[in-house]
Design a protein around this ligand. Sequence first.
Ligand SMILES: [Zn+2]
Ligand SMILES: [Zn+2]
Length: 488
Amino acid sequence: MRCRGCGYELFDIEPGPCPECGREFSPLEFRFKPRRVGFLCPACGHGYQGLDVDGLPHPKQFVCKECGAQVDAAHMIVTLPEGARADDVMVLESPWEGRKEIGVVKAFWRTLGWSFVRPEAVTRDLEKQGRVTDAFRFATRVYALVILVYAGFIGAVSLIFAGGFTIGGSLTGLGMAILMMLLVSGVFIFVWIPLWALAAHGVLKITGEKRGGYGLTLRALLYAQGPTIVGVLPYCGHFIGGVWSTISAAMMIKAAQRVHGGRATMAALVMPLASIGAVVVFYGWLLYIAGAQFGNLSMATRVGPSPIGMALLERVGDDGSTVDHVLDLVDGRANRAQMLIWPQRVYIQGAGMDLPLPENRTIQDLRDMDVEEIRALREALANNDDFYSFCGMIYAHRRVDFNAAPADLIIAYSSPAFVDATYPWIMAIKADGSNWSYYETDWIDELRNQDALREELGLPMLPWESDLPPTLEDLFGGAASEDNAPPF
Ligand SMILES: [Zn+2]
Ligand SMILES: [Zn+2]
């Protein structure tokens, strides 16, 4: 009859606070073997036997036949008869260890349920009964149940979707899946948990007193596998099961080894935390390796549809023809002009990134231009070239049949002339209107891909940096700012 809080032996002590830890106790929270202990009247000390199935007085309230006082069993002192051993008069709690008495199936389900809601009750009496093999038996049954549910699910799905001819094939697949799950579960139960117990027990050993040896800690962790059964639920089942099982593990270690919650929690967490740490370090290392070879990795990133690309696509006529010049999109269409003109910077939509451009290369004044002025600019910007530079962008959409163009074909891209160490990316707009970013060292490869694609389509190659089309700056000899406006 040990205190639930600290394990202090409570025979012959008046119900109330535990003398050791102060936790309130009453005889009613314990189970005794019938007629094996005495219950004393609080008023006169007359002894009564425990007659009901829990070995407690029956009824719970009665009038003392000796002194006539009203007695409540909750306030009676429990006394151990002379010569009796404390452990012999108690009904031990762990249902699984006592499965021979209550039946294996009932014992399993009760232990499983308790492993969720009252884990301490499962392991409180472990030191007094059972062996490590009993705990392994419980854990393997939990995992077998999970595998059974999975196998049933996979089997049902493959039978429904595979049909008669491939049932043989499905069965082979199912067999492989079951074999795989058995292997993983086996490693988990017989390798991982013993290691986990070793780490947990090490923590208990370093931090102070405990009740039993490594085997006791191992058994607590094996019983703590009960909640992993939640893993059969889809999506976050494994996560909930894992967290719940770890919480149960801490409480089970606390009850089995009679240690404080803090020590038990530390013991239960040291291995899971260490493995999470190891995973983080491992991924960090992978990223570091990847980072060292940054330039060799393809860093193309899709960043969502671009207004420029969409504007070009929207102008595709029924015959598949598109605009001759990107300024045709501006011509007489104020709202389109807004899509094309990017004040000071080309903004890459969706990614929230700015592509810095030298101020004097932007033509934000274009929005205020009238149609005549735009036409003059269009003429200055080499109307007949296959490519032209505009607003820090190279346009390559001329002669492209948008109805037949592969989605991969680049129709505009940010000028590589502006790439520098602070922003080593080139933004490209593809024929489906999408935006892509290329790390500068990958751009050469992409140019080669584009050249091959363009050759197939009978289109002119994209210009290399050395022979890019003229920019506004080239055309007008300097900045297109208010002080140095284009001559139109
Ligand atoms: Zn106590
Ligand atoms: Zn009495």
